[in-house]
Write a protein that binds this ligand. Sequence first.
Ligand SMILES: Nc1ncnc2c1ncn2[C@@H]1O[C@H](COP(=O)(O)OP(=O)(O)O)[C@@H](O)[C@H]1O
Ligand SMILES: [Mg+2]
Length: 330
Amino acid sequence: MLTIEALDKVYKTGTFGTSDLHAVRKVSLDVQRGEVVSLIGESGSGKSTIGKMVLHLLDSTGGSITFDGRDVTRLGFRARRDYYRKVQGVFQDPFSSFNPIFKVDRTFETLRRSYFPRVSGAAWREKLEEALGAVSLEPGDTLGKFPHQLSGGQLQRLLIARALLLDIELLVADEIISMLDASTRIDVLNLLGELKGRGLGILFVTHDLSLGNYVSDRVVILYKGRVVERGATAAVFDDPLHPYTRDLLASVPHLDRTWEEVEAEESARSARLAGRCLYHEALAAQGRALGDEVAAGNTPADDVGLVEHAPGHFVGCFRKAADEECPAGV
Ligand SMILES: Nc1ncnc2c1ncn2[C@@H]1O[C@H](COP(=O)(O)OP(=O)(O)O)[C@@H](O)[C@H]1O
Ligand SMILES: [Mg+2]
């Protein structure tokens, strides 16, 4: 459904736009219907930049974004409107998505005016109640209120309901759980699971590895704007290849295990991986020589240089990702 290939973003920074900040580097990923794909990385790794490019809120510098085979990087006004019928985003801070001086139903009225001008009042109310029901909200409890009278979780669910009114096919959820309290988090996560069950594709952006593990079918690990590893969630979490992924995993507290157990596991894993470059190994396993890949332009610095370690499980060159020298001299 959504396919991103070799996506690049360079921000012009500095007073006169004279410096370049390469925020996203040759990122490729895809999201299919009824699937949650998590985009995981620490703050500043380029997650939101990717989300915004998918949502057409930001121009890309290179690469392509296609939705059902159609290029969506350059859409005219009308085509953009059609695209937003199918693709919507919900962001971290639900408070900033509402104008504090208006009651929240205004958000829905705006949507109605632009997308459903010919729908009758009664039909619209029915549609609205259905969308609010899907996110377990009572219209009477929420619609007539001002944003400050509602909790973060309620506002977040209103935003998801707003997206659902459009019968969307893809939801970009950017850190939507971060600002919620623990009990609401579970509600929103369960809601995402339900929506997925109904065929919605979700690009779930998070810095929280355990959330990524909880909700997603596949994960994409981002580091300094590059994909360093991606694959089925179970494959990446059970057998993390990239040192960055392993670091992330090691830093997640494990409530069910003692520190001794965690440390023993970590050191066993480090011993297993010590001195080995999994990128080079994966290439060799495929009978590919690094020199040939470089000559072909598939340099390890690019996402296109990811190699498939096991079916669907890709890993990148970590030395290049960390801007270190490659011991093989590449
Ligand atoms: N509008 C912008 N102008 C210049 N630099 C930006 C802009 N937005 C983000 N950046 C920079 O791009 C990098 C990636 O940011 P972002 O996509 O927000 O990362 P994340 O969502 O993973 O925290 C960061 O270094 C950030 O400072
Ligand atoms: Mg972000």
